[in-house]
Ligand binder design. Structure first.
Ligand SMILES: Cc1ncc(C[n+]2csc(CCOP(=O)(O)OP(=O)(O)O)c2C)c(N)n1
Length: 127
């Protein structure tokens, strides 16, 4: 989701819901920094996040932040109900950081197959 699409979707009354899985990070890039670049985490892990629900509302959309897992069904129902009325929606689900085991495994496999130096350049090439 890019922020500028929100007022456009509202303008054209698109019945669409964006679900943000909000772990306060650009996760895939952060994982590359952690596992492929000697744990140099730069500008991918955030202490401050915008309030995406308020941004949605400011753009004429329905917005809701969801923290409690028990609130997921209700939030989805409210978003879809807004969509039925021609109002786009953003659901900002606050989630824990996912386990990066897959990327770590891929990195280790590349190291085994082609040596550490090549694995490092492979990870750099992914950015
Ligand atoms: C407009 C745009 N800017 C930058 C990128 C480069 N990019 C690819 S993945 C990524 C991080 C995405 O983070 P997030 O949306 O949190 O998803 P995650 O990696 O956690 O699955 C970035 C910045 C992109 N693909 N598109």
């Amino acid at each position: 989701m890019m922020m500028h699409v929100l007022p456009v979707a509202a303008e054209y009354r698109h019945g669409v819901t964006w679900c943000v899985l909000n772990d306060r990070a650009l996760g895939s890039i952060r994982d590359i920094q952690e596992f492929g670049m000697s744990n140099r985490i730069i500008d991918t892990d955030f202490g401050v996040q915008p309030d995406f629900a308020k941004i949605a509302e400011a753009c004429g959309c329905y917005g809701e932040q969801v923290v409690d897992p028990n609130a997921v069904d209700g939030a989805i129902a409210r978003a879809l109900a807004a969509n039925e009325r021609g109002i786009p929606a953003v659901l900002d689900f606050i989630v824990a950081r996912a386990d990066a085991a897959d990327l770590r495994a891929l990195h280790l496999l590349r190291q085994k197959l082609s040596g550490a130096a090549q694995a490092e350049s492979f990870m750099e090439g992914m950015i």
